[in-house]
Design a protein around this ligand. Structure first.
Ligand code: S6P
Ligand code: ZN
Length: 193
């Protein structure tokens, strides 16, 4: 017999889902090399290793047919003028997509294909983002007070490739500019290859 269906809540007053198996926390110290302004990064880290984002995962078998689900929460903040964000990744099985549903906060999903196509989509409560297979993705929180909370679903066997993004970065960065939020070209994109 297979597993029984189950229900959990993602709309409860607390930000965490009511069911999860893993709670991953990513602090500033674990994001070395991901932000553009390395001096600002070093200065900020010297003051404290703050929490940048966390992920609650309901763990399912990593096989086709299963779905991995959970919540991703990116806290408000900046390194220099670059907003807090996730590391970002390609799926290890490149031909797997992902669905994101934004519950709270505001921000963007920055995406790219291995061929270097780029897409940036706004995230705000109620927005559903469909990420087709092959697109790497990184979420960025631009709200000042509130965390960016999203619910995600992706195929059980997708896996994660972080190395490509660690080396190449994303083609676009989300920054605080003189006139507000700016999405700029990343001067370091693919520079370390
Ligand atoms: C997994 C999915 C999310 C991210 C989470 C953290 O495929 O896209 O659960 O894992 O948003 O981002 P990252 O890039 O550190 O895995
Ligand atoms: Zn993913």
């Amino acid at each position: 017999m297979g597993d029984l269906p189950f229900v959990f809540m993602i709309s409860s007053p607390q930000i965490a889902p009511t069911r999860f198996d893993n709670h991953i926390t990513r602090t500033l110290g674990s994001l070395r090399g991901h932000f553009l302004d390395e001096n600002a990064y070093a200065r900020m880290l010297a003051k404290g290793d703050v929490l940048v984002y966390e992920v609650y995962e309901v763990h399912r078998p990593e096989v086709p047919g299963e779905l991995q689900v959970g919540m991703s929460i990116v806290h408000p903040g900046k390194v220099g003028s670059e907003f807090f964000m996730t590391k970002g990744h390609f799926h290890q099985v490149l031909d797997t997509g992902e669905l994101y549903y934004c519950l709270r906060g505001e921000g963007f999903m920055v995406m790219q294909t291995p061929e270097g196509e780029v897409a940036v989509e706004a995230l705000a409560p109620g927005r559903v983002l469909y990420i087709p297979p092959r697109w790497a993705h990184r979420s960025v929180c631009t709200s000042r007070q509130e965390a960016l909370a999203t619910f995600f679903v992706y195929p059980g066997h997708a896996g994660h490739d972080y190395g490509t993004i660690e080396q190449d970065g994303f083609p676009k960065l989300v920054m605080e500019g003189a006139g507000g939020i700016e999405i700029i070209d990343n001067p370091r994109w693919r520079k370390d290859r």
